[in-house]
Every structure is written in C-alpha cells, then in structure tokens.
Design a protein around this ligand. Structure first.
Ligand SMILES: Nc1ncnc2c1ncn2[C@@H]1O[C@H](COP(=O)(O)OP(=O)(O)OP(=O)(O)O)[C@@H](O)[C@H]1O
Ligand SMILES: N[C@@H](CCO)C(=O)O
Length: 291
C-alpha cells in the first residue's frame, strides 16, 4: 500500500488564465492505493457524496488507466469538489504519485503532470495542467503546452470557500471567445508583474499582478457576494483578490500577520450576501507528499 497527501491548488491567479498555479499548504486530499486486479474506488471526507466511485467517472480511474496500474484506491477528501481549489486535481495528482510508486513505474514528477491531467479531462473536458502541475511540483507554476516552470516562493494567502458549487465545465463556458487588444496588453503587464512578485516573494507585486479584465469579470458574476468580499479583503490589507481557479473560492494575497483579519472580513462579506463560507489561512506550499 502507498499513501499520498496531495494539496489543494489555486489556478489562474487572475492574469494567468490556464497558465499560472500555486500549491496551497492546506487543505489536502489523502489517497491510499493497493494493488488489485481491477480498479475500485472508495471516497470519504468533504463533499464525498457528490463524487462518483465509478472508475470511468472519477479522475483517479483515468489516472490508473493511463499508468496501466489497477488498484483499490481510497480517497479521503479534504478539498471540497467544485471549489475552485483544485479538488479533482488533488485526487488526480495524488493518485498519479501513489500508483507510480506502487507499480514502480519510475516516472519523475514532471512526467506525471500529463498523466494526472488525463484525470482533469474526465471532469472538465480538457486536460488542463494548471492545477495538477502545482499539486505535484509545489510552489508557483507556469504551464505552457509541453513545459512547466516552477518557482519556490514565500507568499501568504487566504482562500475563502462559499457554500456555492461552480463546476469548472460551467465556468469555462462564460469565458469570452475574443478580447480587446488593450485588455490583452493590460493582462500581459499584470502577469509579468505577478511573476516577478513570486520570484521575489513580494505580496504587493503578486497582488497588483492579479488584476485582469479578460476572464475574471464574467466569472465573478457566478459568485454571489464577490464584489463585497473583494472590497472587504482589500480594506483589511489584502494586496490583491481574485477568483480562485474556476471559482467559487475567492483568493486574497496579504502579509502573513494580516491573514486573520482578511479571512474574517471575507467571511463577513459572504455573510452580508447571505452565503455561508469557510476560510483557509494558508500559503504557497510544497507538492504532494509520498509516504
Ligand atoms: N476524485 C475526485 N475529486 C473531486 N472531484 C471529482 C473526483 N472525481 C470526479 N470528480 C468530479 O469533478 C467535479 C469537480 O471538479 P471541478 O474541476 O469542477 O472542481 P475543482 O477541482 O474543485 O475546481 P477547480 O479545478 O476550479 O479548482 C465534480 O463534478 C466531481 O464529482
Ligand atoms: N484554468 C482552469 C482551472 C480550473 O481550476 C480554469 O480556470 O478553467
């Protein structure tokens, strides 16, 4: 048997749609795998009632197929599904690392990124890697077609998860097909600023670099209370706020000692909109741990 703790992740960070991602040091899924003639799946934990155990429909089934590694797979969910915190990616990345070890396949973590992305294709229709890459590699990741660059960084974050479900599939439908060149230029400037901020572990630059006008405006409409939550976080010292992944979680960057105040303000913002929520005081963390 092999066990992996696979972290939540936040993709996009505003200006890096389908490119940027970060590993979060909490929450996380725990995946246990044992050799078996056919793949079977048990799911427990947060939101497990919404997660299929059919290997054709669960992301870990696609990963087991891709590695030709049938197994009994137990998933203890710490990352709620349809959260914008890379719930499906945590399971896919965890299963890839665990099955690779169980069957001694010998793949590197980098080689496991496209394998785990096969799982993402099961749920969102596309094998996007911007959540599985940080879940496997840790830190801040920049994903291009066949290449992922990683940077270690020390950035504190608050991820606020409302009791709303937004599926990645639905949130991809509202992304506009076309963009104004002025908005594209603005986004490139933000993405470059954010990248420098990650390299310098500078929350001001990272927060400033989250600003963009291409994807977030349409997606934030799917999150009841978003405008108030964003304003509340900025008023209490966050340096930047954006939609986490496809939403509905809202991600704020701030100094580590301000996380408590920012988290409380974001929860109040959702409460004012009549939405229950929970907040994770977290930071950019490492990739999945194999035990
Ligand atoms: N092992 C799994 N863990 C979580 N969700 C799974 C798993 N297998 C299948 N799913 C399905 O995937 C969907 C959740 O994935 P989705 O990409 O929409 O959310 P997410 O991973 O939290 O978000 P995001 O990618 O925006 O951070 C749900 O419909 C869920 O039933
Ligand atoms: N980049 C993907 C990530 C989903 O978590 C999206 O925003 O649709």
């Amino acid at each position: 048997m092999r066990t992996v703790r696979a972290p939540a992740t936040s993709a996009n960070l505003g200006s890096g749609f389908d490119v940027f991602g970060v590993a979060l040091d909490r929450p996380a899924d725990v995946i246990r795998v044992e050799r078996a003639p056919h793949t079977t799946i048990d799911v427990t934990g947060v939101g497990s009632q919404y997660i299929p155990t059919d290997p054709e429909k669960n992301v870990v089934g696609a990963v087991a197929d891709a590695l030709n590694a049938p197994a009994h797979i137990e998933i203890d969910k710490g990352v709620r599904p349809s959260s914008g915190l890379g719930s499906s990616a945590a399971s896919a990345a965890g299963a890839a690392l665990a099955l690779n070890a169980l069957y001694e396949r010998g793949h590197s973590r980098e080689e496991l990124v496209p394998v785990a992305a096969e799982g993402e294709a099961v749920v969102s229709g596309e094998a996007h890697v911007d959540n599985v890459a940080p879940a496997l590699l840790g830190g801040f990741t920049v994903a291009r077609e066949d290449e992922v660059t990683t940077v270690e960084t020390d950035i504190s974050l608050v991820a606020c998860l409302p009791e709303i479900a937004v599926s990645t599939r639905d949130a991809r439908r509202v992304v506009p097909d076309r963009a104004d060149m002025k908005d594209v230029v603005h986004t490139i400037g933000s993405a470059a600023t954010l990248t420098v901020g990650m390299c310098r572990s500078d929350p001001e630059l990272v927060g400033t670099g989250m600003d963009e006008r291409l994807v977030t405006p349409a997606r934030s409409e799917l999150i009841t209370g978003y405008a108030g939550v964003r304003e509340a976080a900025l008023d209490t010292g966050a340096t930047g706020v954006t939609v986490s992944g496809a939403g509905p979680s809202v991600l704020a960057v701030c100094d580590s000692e301000k996380r408590g105040r920012v988290a409380a303000a974001m929860l109040d913002g959702f409460e004012d909109a009549g939405v229950e929520a929970r907040a994770y005081k977290t930071r950019v963390g490492g990739g999945a741990d194999l035990f």
